[in-house]
Design a protein around this ligand. Structure first.
Ligand code: GLC
Length: 545
């Protein structure tokens, strides 16, 4: 996307199942989203990333698509989608679709055709191979699924045959060595761009090209990834998308790129506007096995932001999404410093260089749904396989449950909290697909946030306004200052304007070297500000004179 447009984008991620249920069936829907566009406009965002709304059996909540050209009836119809585009456009809000093409659902007609007849051309849309061993009783290679367990599943009705799935077993991987698959994806891109979407968030895009199907190096987690993560050919495919389709529409593109290094990210910037990196998002996770928790330290959040800012020219700036636990629950202190820690965290993503992303509910300080999830009471398909895999390794139930809870994504997917009515105003009271987090009764809802000038939501609005009004926060240089390991601090410099940002991410008071400095305060989450002292979770944005 043209940089003049790109630099202004502020993106809000909607998880359709949980945003707003207009027909009281327990699931969010497109009409619900339309009814909240004025809220989003007022918040100040100008683009929506819609998690998948296509037809899907919903084994992985829509990331398992059975028809790219139809809308999931749970969410509405193609007419509703067109209406959403039209209404969003009236409010200068662009729609970004989720492009999920590493795999399709096994309910997709291509897969069904392939399964019906192994000689059909659709067999080569996927990886359908004979097993190894005397009786073909072993999978074709030793790769792991990202959701634990083998990446191969027996193909029903075809003794000795397996298909590959890097995610859940109903998500069969597409074969990008096949020219027709590449063409199919170009058609999908074109179809939605013609309708008027402004671009795509590309799901696990770094995985789409499998360089070989050889056995992988045995690892504790993700054996085989050296054969499919960010292989050079991914870029050839993405360049084709760009040249054949995307450039014609000046489309916005962000890639979800697992385990991407900074050097690899630079390569993706030839095809994408930015990537999602995961370094900062593992501030409380073991870096090799994210299912294992480590104690959160602010420096593990701060340092990755710093290195990515220094090395990669444009970044996605996010703290949460539908795959991760709520940032306030992970990196903040909702008990003692709810407003302060939520707003300190928010200050990061609007003052650094890159495109800010808000995940629905983040702007009102939504917290993780507090239940202990077991392998059978979850809506997240990866939980049972993770649990079983850990049990098979002979770990006790308690450890397997801890793992399952750590990876479980239900915590951040509970319905959006609009007000203090039943079911938080998400619907009219019918049971919701995931329970509503009770914290909506304690002020964590949109309506109470709107009414309180000192709310988290109103702070987000102020940050968004700063980001829009001050060019320095879009294009100014970023120069880091070392004050303390718990403080993210930097200047944003544009021509002769210089701004100082200091964000204390811990609950201690910290002294700074800034004394007797002339400045004009732009925004702080405290009312009483002096530059030489950072109180717990204090954030200061100021213009130096
Ligand atoms: C991405 C999505 C996630 C999904 C996975 C498989 O990581 O964000 O929700 O389960 O891809 O499509």
């Amino acid at each position: 996307m043209n940089f003049e447009k790109l630099k202004n984008l502020i993106i809000y991620q909607i998880y359709p199942s949980s945003f707003k249920d207009s027909n009281n069936d327990g699931w969010g829907d497109l009409k619900g989203i339309i009814s909240k566009l004025d809220y989003l406009k007022d918040l100040g965002i100008n683009a929506i990333w819609l998690s998948p709304i296509y037809k899907s059996p919903m084994n992985d909540m829509g990331y398992d698509i059975s028809d790219y050209y139809e809308i999931n009836p749970k969410f509405g119809t193609m007419e509703d989608f067109d209406k959403l585009l039209e209404e969003a456009k009236k409010r200068n809000i662009g729609i970004i679709m989720d492009l999920v093409v590493n795999h399709t659902s096994t309910e997709h007609k291509w897969f069904k055709e392939a399964k019906k007849d192994l000689n059909s051309k659709y067999r080569d849309y996927y990886f359908i191979k004979e097993g190894k061993g005397k009786n073909k009783e072993l999978p074709p290679n030793n790769w792991d699924s990202c959701f634990a367990g083998s990446a191969w599943e027996k193909l029903d009705g075809h003794e000795g045959f397996y298909y590959m799935h890097l995610f859940e077993k109903t998500q069969a991987d597409l074969n990008f060595n096949n020219e027709e698959v590449v063409k199919e994806v170009e058609n999908i891109l074109e179809f939605y761009l013609k309708k008027g979407v402004i671009g795509f968030r590309c799901d696990v895009i770094s995985n789409i090209y499998k360089e070989s199907l050889n056995d992988g190096k045995k690892r504790l987690y993700l054996t085989g990834r050296e054969h499919y993560l960010s292989r050079p050919n991914v870029h050839n495919i993405l360049k084709r998308f760009k040249e054949n389709v995307l450039d014609k529409y000046d489309a916005f593109m962000v890639g979800e790129t697992s385990f991407v290094t900074r050097d690899e990210a630079k390569l993706y910037l030839d095809e994408f506007d930015m990537v999602f990196e995961f370094e900062h998002a593992s501030a409380d996770q073991n870096t090799l096995v994210p299912a294992i928790k480590r104690k959160y330290k602010p420096k593990n959040l701060i340092e990755p932001f710093k290195v990515w800012q220094k090395e990669v020219k444009w970044n996605s700036l996010y703290l949460e999404n539908h795959d991760q636990h709520r940032s306030l629950s992970r990196f903040g202190d909702s008990k003692k410093y709810n407003f302060l820690s939520a707003t300190a965290l928010a200050s990061i993503i609007f003052t650094l260089k890159g495109t800010p992303f808000i995940y629905q509910g983040q702007e009102i300080g939504m917290l993780d749904y507090p239940y202990k999830i077991g392998p059978s009471n979850t809506k997240d398909c990866c939980v049972p396989t993770v649990y079983e895999t850990v049990r098979k390794l002979h770990f006790p139930k308690k450890i397997a449950l801890d793992f399952a809870n750590n990876v479980c994504r239900d915590h951040a997917r509970s319905p959006m909290q609009w007000d203090d009515r039943e079911n938080s105003g998400f619907n009219e009271g019918n049971p919701t697909w995931l329970p509503v987090n009770e914290c909506y009764k304690n002020g964590v809802n949109v309506s109470e946030n709107l009414a309180n000038p000192c709310s988290i939501l109103n702070f987000y609005k102020k940050l968004i306004k700063i980001r829009k009004d001050f060019e320095a926060f879009k294009t100014g240089e970023v120069e880091f200052i070392n004050i303390n390991k718990n403080v993210l601090s930097f200047y944003r410099i544009l021509n002769d304007e210089k701004y100082l940002v200091m964000i204390n991410l811990c609950n201690k008071t910290i002294n700074t070297p800034f004394r007797n400095i002339k400045h004009d305060l732009v925004l702080s989450n405290y009312t009483d500000v002096s530059l030489n002292i950072l109180k717990p979770y204090m954030s200061i944005i100021t213009k130096l004179k």
